[in-house]
Design a protein around this ligand. Structure first.
Ligand SMILES: *Cc1c(COP(=O)(O)O)cnc(C)c1O
Length: 340
């Protein structure tokens, strides 16, 4: 039975669902995880996460395919990435097989909340872990909790994918040799001021430059850039402080293997962006959000694809990847994990 929600008009907000998965790390090992109805967390007032932000997270979606299967998209890559994030923050990695078990169990337990095929909605999964024991001197916590909950989210684009406007941010996101490449709440805490400021000035997103030279394009607060050249090549910025988006990596594979396009993963200078024909932002939430213009501290860069619709190649990439996800285009081996 599917829950009675107005799927098409759901936004991106937290809606409590019946079940979540919890495992604890104590005395040097992870406990057996359990599915529970308890949506609250009780920790010490001095927990590592509360004092020194020792927490990492992931984000992925479950949805129904055209032929009625319930699937998640490349969850093994989320499991791997969370291991890398945990290592960087001196947290005990949560094993990939247990991560996949948590994904499977939470989706199965909340099956009523997996939106119907064609609604554009999805069940968003949020795995995360945090230092749960008391820490006052600066050091890693001794105990940790891993949780995975889910919340239904609506179609990202209501009434068509309208291009957005992005500004080059005066604020920096991630230092060289810092934590930009890991999915940690700390990278988001420091981006909140920049995004509120961008919205107040009428922009949808921030384009962050490399903080060292402020000449190369990094990413936005939560999505990677993808550009299309006038001769139809795909270009994605390369930097050690960019979070390796699974969507962006999948789109580049699709570009090469399905659409026969050339893909370049290389440093991208801000001053070459005006030569590109199309621009999009890649992430789980939207797959690709088309970008119509970038404001570089007063100088407007208008992409030829305009402010009305996605660029042609961006649209092809979007259609092919969403087709793979929905089961209407054959998926590469291992990309869809079926939930039974
Ligand atoms: C999560 C995230 C992305 C998008 O990654 P996906 O795996 O495609 O969802 C991009 N940039 C940042 C900073 C992120 O945290």
């Amino acid at each position: 039975m599917t829950a009675e929600l107005d799927w098409k008009n759901l936004g991106f907000g937290y809606i409590k669902t019946p079940y979540r998965y919890v495992a604890n790390f104590k005395n040097g090992e992870w406990s057996e995880g359990v599915v529970t109805g308890d949506d609250t967390v009780t920790v010490s007032e001095c927990a590592g996460v509360l004092q020194y932000a020792q927490t990492v997270f992931e984000g992925l979606k479950a949805y129904r395919t055209a032929d009625g299967r319930t699937v998640t998209f490349r969850p093994d890559l989320n499991a791997e990435r969370m291991i890398e994030s945990a290592k960087r923050l001196e947290m005990p990695p949560f094993p990939a097989d247990k991560f996949l078990e948590a994904v499977d169990k939470v989706v199965a337990a909340n099956a009523d909340y997996v939106p119907p095929y064609g609604s554009g909605a999805a069940l968003y999964l949020r795995p995360y872990m945090f230092g749960s024991s008391a820490v006052i001197g600066v050091k890693p916590a001794a105990e940790y909790q891993f949780r995975l909950f889910c919340t239904p989210v609506g179609p990202y684009f209501k009434g068509g994918a309208k291009p957005i406007s992005v500004r080059v941010s005066e604020f920096d996101r991630a230092a060289p040799h810092g934590t930009g490449h890991v999915k940690a709440g700390l990278n988001y805490a420091m981006s909140l001021h920049a995004i509120v400021d961008a919205h107040n000035r009428g922009f949808d997103e921030n384009l962050y430059l490399d903080p060292k030279t402020r000449t190369y394009v990094e990413e936005t607060g939560g999505a990677n850039f993808l550009f299309v050249t006038k001769d139809g090549k795909i270009v994605t910025p390369k930097s050690d402080s960019i979070l390796p988006s699974i969507t962006r990596r999948s789109l580049c594979y699709v570009a090469e293997k399905y659409l026969n396009l050339t893909v370049e993963h290389r440093p991208v200078r801000l001053d070459e962006v005006e030569n590109f024909a199309e621009c999009g932002l890649c992430g789980t939430a939207a797959v690709i959000s088309p970008v119509g213009k970038i404001n570089d501290r007063g100088r407007e860069i208008l992409f030829p694809s305009g402010m009305e619709r996605m660029g042609k190649i961006t649209q092809k990439l979007y259609d092919t990847l969403t087709g793979i996800q929905m089961g209407t285009v054959p998926a590469p081996e291992g990309w869809l994990r079926e939930i039974k």
